[in-house]
Design a protein around this ligand. Sequence first.
Ligand SMILES: NC(=O)c1ccc[n+]([C@@H]2O[C@H](COP(=O)([O-])OP(=O)(O)OC[C@H]3O[C@@H](n4cnc5c(N)ncnc54)[C@H](OP(=O)(O)O)[C@@H]3O)[C@@H](O)[C@H]2O)c1
Length: 366
Amino acid sequence: MGEAEISKSVLHSVLLSQVPKTQCLTDTPYGMNTILFIGQVFGLVPLFAVLIFVLTKLVSLHRCSRGIDGCGYAVLITGCDSGFGHQLAQRLEGKGFMVFAGCLFPEGAGAQSLAQNSSGNLKILRMDVTSDEDVQQAKKIVQENLPKKGLWAVVNNAGISDWAEIEWNTIENFQKMLDINLFGSLRTSVAFIPLVRAARGRMVFMSSIFAFFNCLNMAAYSVSKRGLEAFADCLRVEMASFGVKVSIIQPGNFSQATNIVKKKGGLDIWKNLDDERRRVFNRQYIELASQYYIDTCKKGFKDADMVINAMLHAITSAHPNYRYLLASAMDKFFLQLFPYLPTVLSDAVFSLSSMYTKRKEMLYNK
Ligand SMILES: NC(=O)c1ccc[n+]([C@@H]2O[C@H](COP(=O)([O-])OP(=O)(O)OC[C@H]3O[C@@H](n4cnc5c(N)ncnc54)[C@H](OP(=O)(O)O)[C@@H]3O)[C@@H](O)[C@H]2O)c1
């Protein structure tokens, strides 16, 4: 036996002597049992657990992927007198939902045409979203008339829009915008969350591209919609543990498809400016800005289908999106990029616009 072989055999016997009898795995039946036991504990059990997890997920996905059909469920929509809310109410009733259509003017033409064209599954509610009393009364009526599966969704749609530079606005203008667009949705949501939670349903918020696109003349509207999105984002996080899903709709320019544009000319703004402002802002420029706003609105989408389909998806799909950005492909690309630009660049975008240049040239009544 050579020196190398001797040290090999010594090492072998030393190693064997280190292994306790119970772990002498190769030659005793007890060792085999241990292998099986360890195999079961560390191999099969987790394998089964993973299999069960995957199967459960698949079954639940399959069960949900069919989406929601309206039968037995109710939806509440605010601002149904006209526009998106009005059209959505009709589409949802057609899909079998019971629709509670919140209207600012229940006796007005919009509410009346909804009622007349209804198949009997639509109820008009007086609902000024700035009024606690109206919202609580609406909640009472909804509770008393709920179908058997409950209130599936609340669509916070009521809103107004307006244009003016910050200094052409009054605090009251800002307050009105926030009262309707932000606090109106907040008031409605807080009142109806318990009912939606019971159905593990949906909360939908009508925002706008102006939530994150800050441009001339849209400050009040942007403040209201950005606040609304902050609220909806926080709500989504809080509601996730109850199985309630929250979606935000961000339409671009659909002013030709709804009644959102209210008539307001340059003169309406000029006559409300104090002397100090009149010395700074040029009346002709204000007229120009007014014309620019009217022309831009005319370029909007002429029908609301893209928005209504997104709202329907948010309500009925098994997997609603967090956000629906609804604009032309080109605008979408720009709008998605815009919030991530460094401020110096996003501000520079505006200085390139012809209106911005004209404004600068015409300030101080030049
Ligand atoms: N159309 C667009 O281009 C566009 C783009 C982005 C976002 N949006 C948003 O979409 C939502 C719906 O607007 P829309 O375009 O369909 O315009 P719309 O036709 O004017 O619809 C909004 C509805 O809300 C109602 N309303 C106003 N104040 C209310 C209040 N205090 N309580 C309850 N209802 C009230 C309006 O009634 P009155 O008509 O009597 O005021 C109107 O019926 C709004 O939140 C708007 O900001 C619209």
